[in-house]
Design a protein around this ligand. Sequence first.
Ligand code: PLP
Length: 413
Amino acid sequence: MPGLTHWHSPNFHAYYPTAHSFPAVVGELMSAGFGCVGLSWVASPAYTELEVAMMNWLGKLLDIPEEFLNCSEGPGGGVIQGSASEVTFVALLAAKEKMVKDLRTLNPELKEADIKGRLVAYSSDQSNSSVEKAGLLGSMPMRLLPSDEKGRLTSTALIEAMEKDKAQGLIPCYVVACLGTTPTCAFDDLSDLAPVCKRENVWLHVDAAYAGTAFACPEYRHLMKGVEHADSFNFNPHKWMLVNFDCSAMWVKDARYLVEAFNVERIYLKDKHKGLAPEYRHWQISLGRRFRALKLWFVLRIYGVEGIQKHVRHQISLAEYFEELLRKDNRFEVCTSSMGLVCFRLKDGDKPTQELLERIHERKIIYVIAGQFRGVFVIRFAICSRLTQRSDVDYAWQEFLSQVEFIIPSNKN
Ligand code: PLP
């Protein structure tokens, strides 16, 4: 189809996957057909109630601690937002409200504006552009701290930056840890970062936009060790969990901070059912809400836990297969490999790697994009399409081989 980039071609290996499945498409179609706007529980009760149930199912699927779930006794809960960008921003605003409240409880003469003007946020230099944007939108400087050799934010870097800020009269307020960074799918160590956040009374948000889906498989859950100490957690079913864009799952340990930050009432929004179900408009930016829970319900019912696990494991096995192919050819070097993403380069350096990518782009047979890791130019190869099979990985590999031949002929090795 002209003018469209074929994100669901098995030869598309750029960015990260964007999810796509027939059940999700049917869910989208039906919700478009219903055409309601869920601005409150009473405006369309099934919108809210199915969302509550789906966020509980999803939380259990990933084994998120119980206190984050709507079905727990406490003030925690889950909500579906449009994007990870929105979630990071919404969590930042909640963190801001919490910090103002906490500091004014200790010291009532402090002025709200004085506190807000001194708040600072932190993440790693590997975090997604949306994290920096959240800082810009929320008027909170976002320090992008140097990551370690594995692309992780460390407590040492975090403590150093916080101490420097505090010495200047600033107030650490918000930390965004990444489980599956965009450049290389690196995982921050939550159990290393959480004690620092706790000590400083700083809100810890976890961005697992892509890699969060992998936690449906028990063998990857060790990568979220320490998640119980986070204040909010997010992953995108619209990336890797077969739910068409848009569907971003957010959980908070204490939803009251969101409601306090976003609650604006009007007479036309009031109804007698108040308090029986979450009024999700207080958890997000917009007033109107889509019926995103329906496509999630279709996917969870039709694929089931085992179907989702199978999908994740299959995609990771394809990335591992591609890594094996790279390692067998001594012209290539694997820089990182994590989940469904392999970053590699030519051993001869940046220039030949760049030339290889240019050739691939010129031919338009497969699609991959550039990346950078620890100062070197890399090619990012991600398993994206639900349809990609081993033969498609072979096909991509042959494409790389055919072009590398012009740069470093195999008989010279
Ligand atoms: N966080 C990470 C780690 C990502 O990889 C991405 C997108 O690739 C985002 C956030 C932004 O996601 P969204 O488009 O849902 O805002």
